[in-house]
Ligand binder design. Sequence first.
Ligand code: SF4
Ligand code: SF4
Length: 370
Amino acid sequence: MGYLAQLLEAKKRVIEELSSIVGKEGVERARRDHHSRRAPRPCGITIHTGRGCTNACLYCYAMDMGFPRIDEPYPLKVEELVLALAMNPFVIPKRTFAAFGSVVEPLLPNTAGYTLQCIEAVAKRLRLPCQISTKMLLSEELLKRMSRAEPRISLLVTIVTWSYAKVLEPRAPEPEKRIETLRRASAVGIKASLFMRPIIPGITDREAPIILRACLSVGVTSVVLGSLRVTLGVLRRLENARIDVSEIVRRLPRRPRDPRDQVAIRARDLKHRVAAIAKSLGFTIFETACQANVWSHGEYCAACDFGPCGDYSSEPRLTESDVDELLEMIGSRSRCESIDRLRVVIRGSLSRDKAEIVRQATRRIVIVER
Ligand code: SF4
Ligand code: SF4
């Protein structure tokens, strides 16, 4: 049996094991949960370990998407949540990137324990390369536990402003405390990066040198850059706090249409400006969060046009027959024409969902030729 088929077999075993642990009702809860069917985002499969967030950052769109201002763990049992992930056809053991904290803060006082258990279970059962982003002050004890659960975890610590933090992130720990998190993470051997997302025009780009130097002072030399997405609520909150939003509005390709509509501002020039500053200070720059995840795990990925990323020598050698076995196991009659470092070419017809499964498993761009 080839490598990819083995991964699908491992997935079946995880489903069986966890199903017997959680029982019939737990299986039903896992099946109904959105983690069992959502397609991965560019950063990987996003795992929600909290129901909401109390940090109340003004630029946060999570609240506009319906996430409440509460600090409560996700309502599934840890095993049920991991079962839901194992049931998800797009989640391939060892291959799919897992992203904790991409929607709400995952390490609030009442959610940190649950999140750590999830990381432990995801790493142990599905062996997904995990990444977590946070704004919290984390204790050395918590970080050691995180490192034991997933020794190569990619930790992203968000800092987007130094002097406006009290206004923009009124209930989140101060940037100095987040720098302390970075220092402690490095001390326990976790690969940590600065997460400069969202870059807020006129604030983050101006304060980048201060933030980057603070990271350097604790030995952190990599940064993930990301742009701002706004909703009508984000604009209103920033205006109410007397932040000048004219530059943000100028960069909008269009106004958000309704309260849930998110629009990313044009920020390529800002990203380049911040990247140039970071580069001059010796930073490694990641354009996407998953690049940091690949880097911390020493792995390889060529699943999108930003790639290839990471170290090809770490990649299992995949052949056409590996892909053919995978196609058969997911019920496709198509055949693999070729696979190289960058692309897998499939001959025949392949639904979008099946193509996504092949992309996750092979970590290559999938080209379908009829
Ligand atoms: S910490 Fe994250 S989820 Fe929480 S309010 Fe701030 S931006 Fe939103
Ligand atoms: S190729 Fe790089 S940027 Fe694209 S999905 Fe893979 S790790 Fe992410």
